[in-house]
Design a protein. Structure first.
Length: 306
């Protein structure tokens, strides 16, 4: 239970991100993908700078030591991921997008093994399998017909690119950032990514008068900017630093479950397959994170298989 606070933060990240899928889709009814992303991260970057300046101060030594790394992470994890995320949501179905992002823990675990040389334990493999099966049940409602008829579009390819960008953001940050902390790393990378998104929005979207944007859209942007982008990124980077990429990434499996629950509260029926899938996701995350121990035969030490 020593990392209970970290796990609680990552659960919060999962909840905020799960809500973001619905909110992002809603904002695209009034804004272009580039404009929505620019507003979201422009707001988040300002908040992060204020928090950093008032709590730790702007330390030029950290910036000088990690300037290139922060720039690369900002382009990959903030600009790249979110540009591809909003573009993907505009051109693909929620089912395809969620199925693709549901593979993030597996992708992150593989990249962590290749880049960071992290060990993959039996418990993590079991947790990944449980969670992936749970995600499939949640999203397909137990219908193999749906799986067989999934097709890939431009939007799906964009989501795939975003999935890779998100995995690399955590892995490369853990590998190359030196003498920094989650708050500073998140702030500097977010500022760089936000600048890129704002610049792109000037060239790829039609200007929209502020008074023509519904209040609900502004509310969605504020929620995504503060809760998902500020708190979510901070907590994700904290998890990467404290418990590693493999365990942290497992919490991404909770995201489609949250999206499904939100859909239920707005009137969408939930099937028995989705309930079973939700339970499998929870078991997978608890198992791989170490919060729940699966039965083992006379072992005193977690064995390593890779």
């Amino acid at each position: 239970m020593k990392h209970f606070k970290i796990y609680a933060m990552l659960l919060g990240f999962s909840i905020f991100t799960g809500a973001t899928f619905n909110l992002a889709k809603y904002t695209l009814s009034s804004l272009s993908p580039s404009t929505a992303a620019a507003w979201r991260f422009g707001l988040a970057a300002v908040i992060m700078l204020i928090i950093l300046a008032t709590t730790q101060g702007i330390k030029l030594s950290i910036l000088r030591e990690n300037a290139v790394t922060f720039f690369i992470l900002g382009i990959i994890g903030i600009f790249g991921f979110n540009a591809l995320f909003f573009i993907g949501l505009e051109h693909t179905s929620p089912l395809n997008g969620a199925l693709i992002m549901g593979t993030n823990p597996l992708l992150t675990t593989i990249l962590a093994r290749l880049i960071l040389k992290d060990a993959i334990t039996k418990r993590q493999i079991i947790g990944i399998v449980f969670a992936l099966v749970g995600v499939l049940l949640v999203l397909t409602q137990g219908s193999l017909y749906i799986i067989k008829n999934v097709s890939f579009s431009v939007g799906d390819i964009a989501i795939m690119g975003g999935n890779l960008s998100w995995a690399l953001y955590g892995i490369l940050g853990r590998r190359f950032v030196k003498n920094s902390n989650p708050l500073a790393t998140t702030t500097y990378t977010m500022v760089i990514g936000a600048i890129g998104l704002i610049i792109i929005s000037f060239f790829t979207s039609t200007p929209v008068h502020l008074q023509n944007i519904p209040v609900g859209v502004w509310g969605a942007i504020i929620f995504m900017g503060f809760f998902t982008s500020v708190l979510g990124y901070l907590w994700w980077n904290k998890g990467m630093k404290e418990i590693g990429a493999g365990k942290t990434s497992l919490f991404f499996n909770v995201v489609p479950v949250v999206t499904m629950m939100i859909s239920f509260f707005v009137g969408t029926a939930i099937t028995i397959f989705q309930i079973v899938g939700t339970l499998l996701v929870i078991i997978g995350v608890l198992s791989a994170s170490g919060l729940m121990r699966l039965p083992q035969k006379n072992t005193t030490k977690q064995s390593e298989i890779i």
